[in-house]
Structure formats: C-alpha cells, structure tokens
Ligand binder design. Structure first.
Ligand SMILES: *Cc1c(COP(=O)(O)O)cnc(C)c1O
Length: 225
C-alpha cells in the first residue's frame, strides 16, 4: 500500500472511531488509536507520523528495534507499544525500547520484567493479556486466573498493571469476549482496556475499549510469508 493510502486509511479509521464513540455515548477522543505498523516499511510509517499519529504497536522486539530508533529520532514524543508475545530472554530489550508492554501473560515474564525495570530504572506501562477464548494456540492468562495474576504482579514482582488486553478468537462474535475483559478489569480494579482490531474496533468501543489496535484498516493488508 502506498503512503497516501495509509494516510487516507488513518483518516477513515479516526472518523469511524469518532462515530463509534458518539454511538456509545462516550466523550470524543476517549479512545486511543494504536496504529499497528508491524511488517510495514519506515517510509509508510513516516507518512502516518507526519499525518499526526503518535502511538504505534509492533508485535516483534527485533523488528521494532530495527525500525523505530530512527523513526523516533525525529519525534521523541512517539509512544511505542509491544502487542506481541514476549520471550523472557528479550525482556531487557523490550523494557529498553517500549513505552507500553501489553502482553504480560505469565509468571516468568512478570519476574523478568520486574528485574529488568529495576536494573534499567525504566518502567514501561504494563497490560496483562487475557486469553478470553481459552485457545490452546494463543498467548494470555486464563480468564479464571487473571485477577489473581494481576494481584501477584503487584505483590510478587513489584509491577503496576495499567489494564487488560485480549485478542478474541477469529471465528467468534467478539462481543462476549470484550464484555468478559471489561468485567475482569473491573474486578481487578483496572481502568484500561486494549481491545478491538481492524475488523471489530467499533464493536470494542461499544464495550468500553480505551484503546484499539488497528493495523490493516490503516496500512492495508500485510504480506504473509
Ligand atoms: C496484528 C495485530 C493487530 C492489528 O490487526 P489488524 O487486524 O491488522 O488491525 C492488533 N493486535 C495484535 C495483538 C496484533 O498482533
């Protein structure tokens, strides 16, 4: 997709978010757009930055490390979010690079992040990923364990969790998954909900999403390998 198309995609997604906020009776600007730039080239991303977008999501530490230091050089206020699974041996790099890590999903990662934050004196904001569909192939903590896990992140690992994140099963109505995530966040005393992607961000806004992670609706289809 060309740079102009990405800029047009961004404008369209922003307009739809505004419309969905209105429909849901929520204040304009209450939903944060995370532009998911994974697999896309720096030139395309730069055009979206120039159009005013400041919050981006990447799913791989290595890819983000290769692309973002240069892109960010011109715009230090950019916020970069990790939205893909984190391996414990990459925790240090993730803490150094990202402003928000949305995929805290097990004890080992929580422990490593706690250690790295202490060591680096840098504290990215954190979300716990919940596997709302309890899918075997998907990362995330089981819904029944989520509230206790958030509590242990605080008490055992010194981590302050800001919100919850989910990716509903691809072949199901996402509504019940968004509702479940909202309920778990309330039980855990958390106010932030990262939910909704290109196909369902308007639905997610109706269920209380505070941020939506949108890739292909802005940047076009990703190349699959
Ligand atoms: C790729 C990705 C997205 C964006 O997906 P689109 O359908 O392209 O909007 C959102 N969240 C996560 C976790 C992703 O990996």
């Amino acid at each position: 997709m060309s740079e102009n198309e990405a800029v047009a995609g961004l404008a369209l997604v922003r307009a739809r978010i505004g419309e969905a906020e209105k429909q849901a009776g929520r204040p304009a600007g209450s939903v944060l757009l995370v532009a998911v730039s994974k697999t896309h080239e720096a030139a395309t991303i730069r055009s979206v930055i120039e159009a005013g977008q400041r919050v981006f999501g990447e799913n791989k530490v290595q890819e983000a490390k290769a692309k973002w230091p240069a892109l960010r050089g011109d715009h230090p206020e950019i916020e970069l979010r990790l939205i893909g699974p984190l391996q414990s041996n990459k925790a240090g790099e993730a803490v150094a690079l990202f402003d928000v890590i949305e995929t805290v999903d097990r004890e080992k990662i929580a422990r490593e992040l706690g250690k790295e934050m202490e060591k680096q004196g840098r504290r990215p904001r954190l979300y716990v990923q919940v596997n709302t569909g309890e899918e075997a192939q998907k990362a995330g903590i089981a819904p029944g364990e989520a509230v206790a896990f958030v509590e242990r992140c605080r008490s055992e690992y010194g981590l302050s969790i800001e919100g919850l994140m989910c990716i509903p099963p691809a072949d199901e109505n996402p509504g019940p998954h968004f509702a479940l995530l909202e309920k778990l966040a309330r039980q855990a005393g958390l106010s932030k909900l990262s939910m909704g992607m290109s196909g369902d961000y308007e639905t997610a806004i109706g269920f209380g999403a505070t941020s939506v992670r949108v890739g292909s609706a802005i940047f076009g289809a990703r190349e699959t390998h």
